[in-house]
Write a protein that binds this ligand. Structure first.
Ligand SMILES: [Ca+2]
Length: 433
């Protein structure tokens, strides 16, 4: 693999906001890549229009192309009354990377900034000061920074929450903090997990509590390109995994306990592993109604994928990387015999870095009910698909949004199930059109 290959491969992985000053080489590469995808989309659109004008297509194929053309044109000509769109909630959030809510708190969102701070947005207004400030402890830029936040299910009572960041040396840290009061956190934390990162990219970063009350931690394969260390299929490595810990207790030298049903607890392999075969699971979530697991796993050179397992079925699941990229064979052998293929995937015509989202379980947007919403960082395209128990039917909905998204970093969910989006250095929410 040439250096150029490595650079190109690293940019198709997840990366975050550019900071001020000189633009790093790989961000310039990302720009090239985004422009190339845009050119390809323009080309495809003109081809579609030419084919339609030629009137040589069979009716059915013509209808399909027409639908594709409308989507690509961002036309959203659908006349259904129960549609949706995006509404901007807050602009001027250049470092914002993620948004979430605390259990029991309505009308308040926590905005995670890649540069190391967490701010509170209350009824649409940013509260002064930071809820938490980790600027001095983190490395930020590219795919590094403060990447994830999850509140303990009993946060209202115990004030505990968890963050995932890359420290000054680039290692992943998962640390527990506590609330001091409603709007401020204590600055001394309890370090739960340190994972050394061999390369600067593919740090994963998402954290969520599952329906079982355990903390799930998504890790990337360690970076570079093509999983050179073979982390994805290696169950003796914490890289390229979804990990699961019980934070309510300690065990020996561990600052957490291993849930008794973790698949490698009594078998060779790291006891923290819940599922494996992941490349860079930048964002994952649980369906708040069904408890199903949804992962957006960023692809290598060709396939961006959405992985799904019904509640509890992600245990021991092998999502394939690096033996598979999406449904395609990639490299190396598969551990075991069962590859769990994605429930949705797209190629470079759709974008170059998937951003996993959420199943809509709110009430205000009927057209989104029971649909999983996800998007692409590079193109700002957004898709929705049927949620469990039979996920499928992915459909591009970019044309409905009413806004062209760029730098689609994360989706988020508020207490009432409203889905939010961090893109264009702004916060948006899905509303009824
Ligand atoms: Ca996979």
């Amino acid at each position: 693999m040439t250096t150029e290959d490595a650079a190109m491969r690293s940019v198709c992985s997840r990366q975050g906001a550019s900071k001020g000053g000189a633009v790093p080489a790989f961000l310039r590469d990302t720009e090239h890549r985004v422009n190339r995808v845009r050119r390809r989309i323009r080309l495809r659109r003109s081809t579609v229009l030419a084919m339609l004008n030629s009137r040589t297509l069979p009716t059915l194929a013509g209808a399909a192309f027409l639908a594709l053309g409308a989507g690509l044109a961002g036309g959203a000509a659908e006349a259904d009354a129960a549609s949706f769109k995006l509404q901007r909630v807050k602009a001027g959030l250049p470092s914002a990377l993620y948004v979430t809510h605390a259990p029991g708190e309505s009308n308040r969102l926590f905005i995670v900034n890649q540069n190391g701070t967490i701010r509170i947005l209350q009824r649409g207004k940013l509260l002064p000061g930071n809820f938490l400030n980790l600027r001095g402890r983190i490395s930020s830029g590219g795919e590094r920074g403060l990447l994830g936040l999850a509140f303990h299910p009993k946060y209202a009572r115990n004030g505990k929450f968890y963050v995932n960041y890359t420290d000054r040396g680039g290692s992943t840290q998962v640390v527990e903090f506590r609330r001091r009061n409603k709007n401020r956190a204590r600055t001394n934390g309890r370090r739960l997990l340190t994972i050394k990162q061999p390369f600067s990219n593919h740090n994963g970063g998402a954290l969520n509590f599952g329906p079982d009350g355990f903390l799930y931690i998504a890790t990337g394969d360690g970076g570079s390109g093509g999983d050179p260390l073979g982390s994805g299929q290696n169950v003796n490595s914490l890289l390229g995994k979804l990990l699961r810990n019980n934070v309510n207790g300690k065990s020996g030298s561990r600052q957490y306990r291993i849930p008794t049903s973790n698949p490698f607890r009594t078998k060779p392999g790291r006891a923290e592993i819940y599922s494996y075969g992941l490349r860079n699971p930048w964002r994952f979530s649980f369906d708040k109604k069904r408890g199903d697991l949804w992962i957006g796993d960023v692809g290598q050179n060709s396939r961006e994928e959405i992985d799904y397992r019904a509640k509890g079925k992600g245990r021991g699941a092998n999502f394939g990387w690096a033996a598979f990229e999406g449904r395609q064979r990639f490299g190396g052998s598969l551990r075991g015999s069962r590859h769990i293929p994605p429930v949705a995937e797209y190629g470079r015509g759709g974008g170059c870095s998937v951003t996993g989202g959420y199943v809509y379980r709110g009430t205000r947007v009927p057209a989104l009910r029971g649909r999983y919403v996800y998007g692409d960082f590079c193109t700002g395209k957004v898709w929705t698909m049927r949620a469990g128990p039979r996920p499928g039917g992915a459909r591009e909905d970019t044309g409905r949004l009413g806004v062209r998204l760029g730098g689609l970093k994360s989706f988020g969910e508020s207490r009432d199930g409203t889905i939010y989006v961090i893109a264009n250095s702004s916060l948006y929410r899905f509303v009824k059109a």
